[in-house]
Design a protein around this ligand. Structure first.
Ligand SMILES: Nc1ncnc2c1ncn2[C@@H]1O[C@H](COP(=O)(O)OP(=O)(O)OP(=O)(O)O)[C@@H](O)[C@H]1O
Ligand SMILES: [Mg+2]
Length: 592
């Protein structure tokens, strides 16, 4: 059983070491060294105080103390008063140094902790941002927020608990050694008491803590989800006057997050009292029994008094050891999750390419983009949305894609965009399999999605998406705004390109948002532009003007235009309809 337990702890520690970077591990060593120094000083303080305590009852005992003897030898005096003065000064000095070290340790731990927390959080969001797109739709925003904030915090808490555990373990050991030197029997009693206390508290709370820790994570995510829905769905909520429904759910889920927290809070405080009780009863019993059986007991009283100081000093340390062990159990599920996240390499990070995106050139595109035998079905669904689809897009051509709602047009666009990796089939650009060149390929493609995502920033920031403000070319922005039929609107706005568009673009109309998304796609100067219902929110006239602009690009940009309105694809070179997962070429004369 003990071996099993040790193996458990070994696996936790190795997970922790896996998560931490080399630098973080070095800093951790610093933390442990500081903890070591501080606990040595702590015990030294206790050592030095003991002769003081004995001097208060009997000066002979004071003089016979080994520390006092040594000081007397070194200072050449045997005067009790002088020695008392010296020892007082020494104790004061040790405590001053100890407090200085403690403050430094506190500062170091806070700084180290903050650093680790930031780096971990950053590391986790980085892993997620490079994960496949389908992961996001299935895992959910609330869980991601929980992992990035809550779970990384759990790892940090475990680190502080471990460092505190080391400090307290060293302190306990030192004090026990001190007691062994003075009174072996008493040290055995104290040692046994300490072990019994920690063991009982650990056993009793272990499973409760682990379960509460796991429950807290789940409940936290549930509550976050309700919060997100309440805020994101506020328009519909207000229209339907459903505030109370969402508030009720918020209240319920909030309450559920508190139950495990209360358990944790009690489980980390209660042991201190229980341990105190066991300790005091145990030591009193020991002293009581010694007094009644040992005739010379009362002559030993002064020494016992100083031992008691040590034993009492042990109490908080033993209490903290137990609290830390319990807390570690509570936060373990968070550590396990972060370990899984960091260990699981996404398909892109596996190539170690993630930092080099911007330095990569676009794949050459002179001939054609070919989709061969593509099959795709969503997870948790048996139906193949795309079933053995073949499609060829020749450079400079424009392809229209039509089909019923739910036929799989957007899914096809997502596949061409590499958001979905097909279960079978290949996509080849001028002979190069795009799977092998995800970044180079992404530079070829521009995309205007069916539902547009705008950031709460200026028009400039939204068009030059993900580009540093001082690297943005304003002339180019005006140029693409003109193509997207948005230049008049922007130049009429008071703040021009600096006009703020509000969260998700609420200050813009649907059509304006769509045109902004078009401008964004064009800003990247793509060679292939995929428009997924990109003009569906525009009135006929604006759409017509936009399509005319786009037609200027025919021949330069290759276009894949997904549309409901046949008029949108009227001028395309080829029109395909998605039927039962396949792209069927339409005879244009027949449909128009
Ligand atoms: N994330 C998903 N998980 C499971 N099924 C999905 C998912 N996204 C889409 N589907 C299903 O795949 C099918 C194709 O959806 P898709 O969005 O590609 O249709 P569409 O042709 O673009 O329709 P529309 O014209 O309405 O935009 C639909 O039946 C839809 O229910
Ligand atoms: Mg669609």
């Amino acid at each position: 059983m003990i071996i099993k337990k040790i193996n458990h702890w070994k696996s936790y520690i190795s997970k922790l070491l896996y998560i931490l970077t080399k630098r973080q591990k070095m800093l951790l060593v610093g933390l442990v060294v500081l903890a070591f120094i501080s606990s040595i000083l702590q015990t030294l303080g206790v050592y030095m105080i003991s002769p003081l305590v004995s001097a208060m009852t009997d000066s002979d005992v004071f003089l016979s103390n080994s520390i006092i003897k040594r000081i007397a030898e070194n200072s050449g005096t045997n005067d009790v008063r002088q020695l008392f003065g010296i020892i007082c000064t020494l104790v004061a000095l040790i405590y001053v140094i100890k407090e200085i070290v403690s403050v430094f340790q506190l500062w170091y731990a806070a700084k180290y902790g903050a650093k680790v927390q930031k780096e971990l959080s950053e590391g986790v969001i980085r892993k997620y941002m490079y994960r496949e797109y389908d992961f996001f739709t299935s895992y959910g925003t609330a869980n991601i927020i929980r992992d990035v904030t809550n779970d990384t915090n759990a790892v940090y808490v475990i680190l502080t608990c471990l460092s505190s555990l080391i400090t307290e373990a060293i302190t306990t050991l030192m004090i026990i050694i001190y007691i062994v030197v003075a009174d072996v029997k008493m040290s055995i009693v104290v040692c046994l008491l300490a072990m019994i206390c920690v063991f009982i508290m650990y056993r009793f709370f272990k499973n409760i803590m682990k379960r509460s820790g796991e429950e807290a994570r789940v409940r936290y995510a549930e509550n976050r989800k309700v919060l997100l829905e309440s805020v994101e769905g506020i328009k519909e909520i207000q229209v339907m006057k459903k505030q109370n429904f969402f508030l009720q759910r918020y209240s319920e889920t909030y309450q559920k997050t508190q139950a495990p927290q209360i358990k944790q809070s009690v489980a980390t405080s209660a042991p201190t009292y229980v341990i105190e009780g066991i300790f005091v009863v145990g030591i009193m019993l020991y002293i009581g029994i010694s007094a009644s059986v040992d005739k010379s007991f009362f002559s030993k009283l002064p020494m016992l008094a100083s031992l008691l100081v040590g034993a009492i000093r042990l109490l908080p340390s033993v209490g903290r050891i137990s609290n830390n062990l319990n807390n570690i159990n509570y936060y373990l599920p968070g550590l396990n999750n972060i370990f899984d996240v960091i260990e699981k390499q996404s398909r892109f990070t596996k190539n170690g390419l993630e930092d080099k995106i911007d330095s990569r050139n676009a794949l050459p595109f002179n001939e054609k983009l070919e989709l061969k035998n593509i099959c795709w079905k969503y997870e948790n669904s048996d139906k193949k949305v795309i079933d053995n689809l073949d499609l060829e897009v020749v450079r400079g051509q424009s392809i229209g894609i039509i089909g019923k709602s739910g036929a799989g047009k957007s899914t096809l666009a997502d596949i061409i965009l590499q958001l979905h990796i097909p279960q079978s089939g290949t996509i080849v650009l001028d002979g190069a399999n795009i799977m092998d060149y995800p970044y180079e390929y992404s530079r070829v493609i521009g995309y205007v999605p069916q539902s547009i995502y705008l950031i709460d920033g200026s028009i400039r920031e939204n068009v030059a998406f993900g580009i540093d403000e001082n690297e943005v070319d304003d002339d180019k922005i005006w140029n693409v705004l003109k193509k997207a039929q948005l230049d008049n609107f922007v130049s009429d706005s008071e703040n021009g390109l600096d006009t703020i568009i509000g969260e998700r673009g609420v200050k813009f109309s649907g059509g304006q948002r769509q045109r902004l998304a078009i401008a964004r796609a064009l800003y990247r100067e793509p060679q292939i532009l995929i428009l997924d219902e990109a003009t569906s929110a525009l009135d006929n006239e604006t759409e017509k003007a936009f399509m005319q602009e786009i037609e200027h690009l025919y021949g330069q940009i290759t276009m894949i235009i997904i549309a409901h309105r046949l008029s949108t694809v009227r001028n395309c070179d080829k029109v395909y309809e998605i039927i039962e997962g396949k792209a069927i070429e339409k005879n244009k004369e027949q449909i128009f």
